[in-house]
Design a protein around this ligand. Structure first.
Ligand code: G3P
Ligand code: CA
Length: 239
């Protein structure tokens, strides 16, 4: 089985995370997939930014949910990383999908709704993916178990993953009962027995955030479905 390499927030070691520059670089490097994070603005526009607040990755302050999309677009999302990227902005999901559509890539959208449970986030994102005809090559993931259930209610055909950073007894049964068809686990949760059980039970496994060559190699040896990494170029060199 061939493991897919996903660029985590784009190629985020070499370019500012979740910017078009980071996504373009991931594509140029040959990543097979892109992972990105979605939050909602005050006017319910899905935007690609990891944190609930803009402070760390832009020159602004405060919560994404308190900015209109137009206000958010005024912020610089590149200069904090390197002045070479000054002028980069927070992309909307739609802007990203327009770029993504023609490329032979898989998409992993993480709904960032575990701290703020944004109203209707699942259907807003679903409708956009539907209108761009991208549902077949998109995986929606979330740490929020209620959101997994809501996604499954929207469609029986969605690729839907439960994210976990901490151990949980009966994780596979739990994920399947919620309606997930994959688990996305932090590297420290990875074990041969978990991968084998997932395979037997028809659940896909992807692992984050795997940057060290030894860890990348272990994921490939275990034949997980996906490796989510800040350094897709390094991961690809091990395939
Ligand atoms: O989707 C995997 C990983 O991105 C989840 O954690 O904090 O990097 O969004 P985080
Ligand atoms: Ca993420």
């Amino acid at each position: 089985m061939k493991t897919e390499i996903y660029a985590h927030r784009g190629s985020s070691l070499l370019a500012p995370e979740n910017t078009m520059a980071a996504f373009q670089l991931a594509f140029q490097q040959g990543a097979q997939g892109i992972e990105t994070d979605v939050q909602l603005t005050k006017d319910n526009i899905p935007v690609l930014i990891h944190d609930e607040r803009v402070n760390r990755t832009t020159n602004g302050k405060g919560y994404v949910k308190d900015y209109t999309f137009q206000q958010l677009k005024q912020l610089d999302a590149g200069a904090w990383f390197n002045t070479e990227f000054a002028g980069a902005t927070v992309p909307s999901l739609e802007e990203f999908l327009k770029w993504f559509g023609g490329k032979p890539l898989t998409l992993n959208i993480e709904l960032k709704n575990n701290k703020i449970d944004y109203k209707n986030m699942e259907s807003i994102v679903y409708d956009l993916l539907y209108s761009y005809d991208l549902l077949d090559r998109t995986i929606l993931s979330t740490f929020n178990p209620n959101s997994v259930e809501r996604l499954r209610k929207i469609s029986q055909h969605l690729n839907c993953a439960l994210l976990r950073s901490r151990r949980k007894k009966q994780l596979i049964t739990y994920a399947k009962e919620l309606g997930a068809n994959a688990i996305h686990i932090k590297y420290r949760l990875l074990s041969n027995s978990l991968v084998q059980q997932c395979k037997r039970q028809g659940l896909q496994v992807r692992v984050y955030t795997v940057n060290h060559p030894r860890q990348i190699k272990r994921c490939l040896d275990l034949e997980v479905n996906g490796v989510i990494t800040d350094v897709p170029n390094i991961a690809l060199s091990h395939l």
